[in-house]
Design a protein around this ligand. Structure first.
Ligand code: NAD
Ligand code: 6OD
Length: 486
């Protein structure tokens, strides 16, 4: 691939800066582009453009017209589906078979779902008695919260960005997006689509860069940004929460996880194995909802571990274009080193390596890529760091359990609380365990089955707030009660 340049998108124009950073593709670690890093001046310009659009054409636009534009946006993303697919796979190295089913269609669908929701949602109304007998009427109205700063991660770049930009725009806000420095392409490309369909200039802005002392910090500390929505690591979320405290601004945080799967002996065995393989290894384990701890009822433990080993070893590791590829690389050399350091730590902590634990032997230029084998461990104590800390790679530990109480205690013994997957054919138990799990999202006999109208978010250190369906309205609008004395 020829190296190209990726620019900021401010007030409907592509903007270069004097400063560039490298864009590498993780399959080979080759340089494929140069990204224009936004400084304070560009972030200021983006926020000013977003403010002007809010006061101007976007703020004044009728809801019907806004919805029409967002529907046109969906159609145009789908029209340019292959360009988005190329861009996403170049940045992430993920299989096209995955990105063409999840990342790009969902990246588009996020605009449709929230446009539909905003168009159809009703607000509350209360009639009230008063002592003079005439009464009063209360009704609630919603207005945009304002200019929203959107800080994104690299694992599902377009999908997780539009998951926030979709509802933000549907509710009438304007946005300044800071994509991950690892994955700038699809956010930049979306600017072209915004212009093509006629979304007014300044509604959607993109500033590239890093966190501290770069575009991330300049955006989150900008006093004219009214709300901040973030997806990424918990320690970054905590920094952003502190930034949001200046000016008492609302913040929505979707953060890390160390999710547990619980597999009971009465499960549909094949479905549980298939689902757990997916939840551990899809997107090379770089899904916040992914499973890194698997607890299996002792009667089926050995059989389950053997089936997981067979499944992991059958998985084809390869490049995005190969339709047989089941797993791509990690996002970067830095992240590969982090995951490999946990592989070494697992050994030091006494793990048995069931499979994987290292770098696969890749041919030619792929040798330089950010690959890690799908890895399964057993035998670690619950106190091990590998059991406690988020690794965010294609790794899981499988442990046996003997009772529901025991597994609940172990599964909940973690600072994170994002999601769980429970595998059982006993519906009463499924519901009981789901209720007792300290998480925001519990799946039963499935994983990552997402209805976009449902609440999404994490408990404990996995997040603050819920987005999805009407819950997104709570964050992206200001709710006002009007009381009319009759
Ligand atoms: P990260 O926290 O390193 O970076 C996320 C974004 O924050 C990037 O755009 C980064 O440049 C920016 N950033 C970093 N420091 C900043 C600062 N001081 N101020 C402002 N912005 C700053 O996360 P990541 O490595 O990109 O993503 C992986 C993490 O995201 C994992 O922990 C994963 O669990 C989590 N994640 C959570 C969810 C969820 O829905 N809960 C979804 C996806 C990923
Ligand atoms: O599907 C979604 O809406 C969502 N927010 C998924 C998050 C995946 C995390 O990596």
């Amino acid at each position: 691939m020829v190296a190209d340049t990726i620019l900021n998108f401010i007030d409907g124009e592509y903007v270069a800066t004097g400063k560039w950073f490298d864009n590498r593709t993780p399959t080979t670690n080759a340089l494929i582009g140069q990204v224009a890093e936004a400084g304070k001046a560009e972030v200021d310009a983006a926020v000013a453009a977003a403010r002007a659009a809010l006061k101007g054409p976007w703020g004044k636009m009728a809801l019907e017209k806004r919805v029409e534009l967002l529907e046109a946006l969906v159609a145009e993303i789908n029209h340019r589906f292959d360009e988005f697919l190329e861009a996403e796979c170049a940045d992430t190295g993920k299989p096209k078979s995955l990105a063409s089913h999840i990342d790009i269609p969902r990246g588009a669908a996020n605009f449709k779902v929230f446009a539909d929701m905003v168009k159809n949602v009703s607000n509350e109304f209360f009639e009230m008695a008063t002592s003079d007998g005439l009464g009063a009427l209360n009704y609630a109205t919603r207005s945009p919260v304002g200019v929203v700063g959107v800080i994104c991660p690299w694992n599902l770049p377009l999908l997780l960005m539009t998951w926030k930009v979709g509802p933000a725009l549907a509710c009438g806000n304007t946005v300044v997006v800071k994509p991950s420095e690892e994955t700038p392409r699809t956010a930049a490309l979306l600017g072209e689509v915004m212009n093509k369909v006629g979304i007014p200039k300044g509604v959607y802005n993109v500033v590239h860069g890093f966190g501290p002392n770069s575009a991330g910090e300049f955006l989150t500390s900008h006093p004219d940004v009214n709300a901040l929505t973030f997806t990424g690591e918990t320690r970054t979320g905590e920094i952003i929460m502190k930034a949001a405290a200046n000016g008492s601004r609302p913040v929505s945080l979707e953060m890390g996880g160390k999710n547990a799967a619980i597999v009971f002996a009465d499960c549909n065995f094949e479905a549980a194995v298939e689902g757990t393989l997916r939840s551990a290894f899809a997107n090379c384990g770089q899904v916040c909802l992914g499973t890194e701890r698997v607890y299996v009822e002792r009667q089926i433990f050995d059989r389950f571990v053997a089936a997981m080993k067979a499944g992991a070893e059958q998985m084809k590791i390869g490049v995005p274009d190969d339709p047989a590829t089941g797993m791509g690389p990690l996002i970067s050399k830095e992240h590969q080193n982090k995951v490999l350091s946990y592989c070494r730590l697992a050994m030091e902590e006494g793990a048995t390596v069931v499979t994987g634990g290292g770098v696969p032997d890749m041919p030619g230029e792929l040798k330089n890529g950010c690959w890690v084998q799908p890895t399964i461990w057993t035998g670690l104590p619950e106190t091990a760091r590998v059991i406690k800390e988020e690794i965010f790679g294609p790794v899981c530990h499988i442990a046996p359990f003997d009772s529901e109480e025991e597994v609940l205690a172990k599964a909940n013994d973690n600072v994170y609380g994002l999601s769980t997957a429970i595998w059982t054919t006993n519906l009463a138990r499924a519901n009981r365990v789901a209720q007792k799990m300290e998480v925001g999202i519990a799946w039963v006999n499935s994983w990552f089955l997402r209805d976009l109208r449902t609440p999404f978010g994490g408990a404990k250190q996995s997040g603050i707030g819920r987005e999805g369906g009407v819950h997104s309205l709570e964050f992206y609008t200001e709710l006002k009660n009007v009381c009319i004395k009759l």
